[in-house]
Write a protein that binds this ligand. Structure first.
Ligand code: FAD
Ligand code: NA7
Length: 556
């Protein structure tokens, strides 16, 4: 078994891992990044389904730290499609010569902290063992697929794909396709494939609210205006907004305006497009006040009825829950149901009973004959990639053990007590927002705390080396004893968990089952998984932590 000793191992090469690798490499550490995938990209390596696209506007779905690149790198649509995001991440990787530090097709299979050696011992699927001083995980929060099991599923002779593991080269033109799930991904895939397939059945458990995205080409003038204002745009997104989606969230209250004005505001947002914009740029109380929520949903329901011509299909597509999940937007989703060959099956009325060799049987006895089943069933979000493997901290406790009582917790979404020198990018209770700026904020914090710990340790080393002469310890023993060991305190984790819990207390998101509170996975604790005060507040908190001599971290 090859054993490789390094300063830092980064796991994952999506937005998070790429930047983390660059930062630590530039700080002079000997660092390697591994990924189970065969190339960089993370989410955008795996999610190659038709229609895969960001719902963050293109100009903010990228790194903010290379102004020259922001100004010169080409893009042409309001939202960015998967192939272009993947190409962008490959471009950054190549531009900064990061590939030489990357190992693909290499999955972390277990990790254990050795307290006396002050090393993480990491085993991988290739057999290589890494002994590393720091372990930074960028495993992704929407990365562990949720694949439901059904009776008879193995009998199905057609093809089955989860959207989060979509192989290249799949051609579904002319085929009979069933799509299970109608979240953000299901909506994108249905919209993209409906016109090309011979039959499409949407198996839908809970209808969702989707608003137009406004996707389309951007003009040269639009691009030029953004290029000119980029530094200010990023400043506003990171330091003057809740979600970092490129607009200022409003605090206007739904019932502070007349009914006519309200309709006009919704209508303008509908025409402009954007899921976060509709939910947070129209009125500030949609996600906290049920009456305000109802007013917004009544508008969307009227739009669905006006779009979908078949009243029975429209009835099935009308949501019944609160409008309180991550908001969805689309490029013509409801319109697809006006095609005769596009059906919707309500799984609340007629649940799936089993798969057969030919397709899917629902409780009304109907057998839906299919060539392809698409699982757009989402992810075991946030902690799913952490709990599926044994990551053992001090005393042999796994993260899964640590999280089994209270739900998944951390300090700042970054660090867990008794898991020294391990940092998570987008771990539980990190900010709920546009993710590239959240990732950057965390990467920069992690890089800084490591740099500071290294600096202090170096400063302490000469004296220790002198004293080693009197204690007969070897130079390497002394150097090891001075190597920094950083970890969050239990008190800091508890306090942060409490903050996150309280921040979400009044949110209607908490009352609605979705991945945001872990309730899409059976057996998973319904608990807060995000810090809901927004990206700017989060950045201020991190800044205060640094100013306070890394408060909440030992041994600072
Ligand atoms: P990821 O990109 O998920 O990368 C994680 C990597 O870790 C993967 O490559 C995986 O193979 C690897 N990995 C995991 N476990 C292991 C292991 N044990 N060993 C080795 N490697 C491992 N966010 C937004 O802000 N805006 C959007 O518009 C948006 N749209 C999205 C659309 C879809 C369809 C999906 C699925 C997600 C979307 N997201 C969006 C969220 C998106 O995941 C983040 O924006 C971002 O890409 C996360 O980057 P990451 O590096 O943290 O993780
Ligand atoms: P989501 O938003 O979790 O949606 C998953 C969908 O799959 C949703 O409609 C679920 O129904 C449905 N689902 C899940 N399990 C089942 C089973 N067992 N049977 C039937 N239907 C099921 O995941 P997405 O991939 O769409 O989006 C995740 C995020 O990625 C999104 O927010 C963006 O940030 C990108 P339910 O509504 O739970 O009844």
């Amino acid at each position: 078994m090859p054993v490789v000793s390094i300063d830092a191992l980064v796991v994952g090469t999506g937005f998070g891992g790429i930047y983390q690798l660059k930062k630590l490499r530039d700080q002079g550490l000997n660092v390697i990044a591994i990924d189970a995938a065969s190339d960089v990209g993370g989410t955008w390596y795996w999610n190659r389904y038709p229609g895969a696209m960001s719902d963050t506007e293109t100009y903010l779905y990228r790194y903010s730290w290379d102004l020259e690149d922001l100004r010169s790198y080409p893009w042409s649509t309001r939202y960015v499609y998967q192939p272009e995001i993947l190409a962008y991440l490959q471009h950054v990787t190549n531009k900064y010569d990061l590939r030489r530090h990357m190992q693909f097709d290499t999955e972390l299979t277990s990790a254990e902290w050795n307290d006396s050696a002050k090393r993480w011992i990491v085993t991988t699927s290739t057999g290589t063992i890494f002994k590393t001083r720091y372990l930074v995980s960028a495993l992704g929060l929407l990365s562990r697929q949720n694949l439901p099991d059904y009776e008879g599923i193995k009998d199905f002779v057609g093809d089955m794909y989860h959207t989060g593991n979509w192989p290249g080269g799949v051609d579904i033109k002319g085929k009979r396709v069933g799509v299970i799930g109608n979240g953000s991904t299901g909506v994108q895939v249905i919209t993209a494939i409906a016109k090309d397939v011979s039959k499409l059945v949407s198996f839908q458990r809970n209808p969702q609210y989707s608003v137009p995205s406004g996707q389309g080409p951007v003009t040269e003038a639009y691009r030029k205006a953004i290029i000119e204002k980029y530094p200010k745009i990023w400043e506003d997104a990171k330091d003057n907004s809740l979600f970092g989606f490129g607009f200022k969230e409003t605090d206007r209250q739904t019932f502070s305006v007349s009914e006519e004005e309200r309709e006009e505001i919704y209508e303008q947002a509908w025409q402009k497009g954007g899921g976060f914009r509709f939910m947070f740029e129209t009125f500030g109380d949609i996600s906290v006040d049920e009456a305000a929520n109802n007013a917004a949903t009544n508008f969307i329901k009227r739009k669905i009825f006006a779009t979908v011509k078949d009243p029975e299909k429209a009835r099935k597509l009308i949501p019944t829950q609160l409008y309180a999940r991550r908001p969805i937007c689309d490029a013509g989703y409801y319109e697809q149901f006006n095609l005769d060959h596009v059906e919707v099956v309500s799984l609340q009325e007629t649940p799936i009973v089993q798969f057969t060799s030919k397709g899917i049987v629902t409780s009304d006895g109907a057998e839906h004959e299919l060539d392809v089943v698409v699982f757009a069933t989402g992810f075991d979000a946030v902690d799913g990639n952490y709990t599926r493997i044994a990551i053992k901290g001090r005393d042999g406790e796994t993260l899964k053990d640590h999280w089994q009582h209270q739900g998944s917790t951390s300090y700042l979404g970054l660090s867990v007590p008794d898991f020294p020198n391990m940092f998570m990018i987008l771990g539980p209770n990190g900010p709920f927002c546009n993710l590239p700026p959240a990732i950057e904020t965390q990467v920069e914090f992690i890089s800084n705390i490591i740099e500071e710990a290294e600096r202090r340790a170096k400063k302490a080393t000469p004296a220790a080396l002198v004293s080693s002469a009197h204690t007969n310890r070897t130079r390497s023993e002394v150097e090891c004893s001075n190597e920094p060991v950083i970890e969050a305190t239990k008190a800091a984790e508890d306090e942060w968990t409490d903050v996150c819990d309280k921040l979400s207390a009044d949110s209607l998101f908490r009352k609605t089952d979705s991945w945001i509170f872990g309730s899409n996975i059976s057996g998973k604790k319904h608990a807060v998984l995000f810090y809901f005060a927004g990206i700017s507040a989060y950045r201020k908190v991190l800044n205060d932590v640094v100013q306070g001599n890394y408060k909440g971290f030992r041994p600072f």
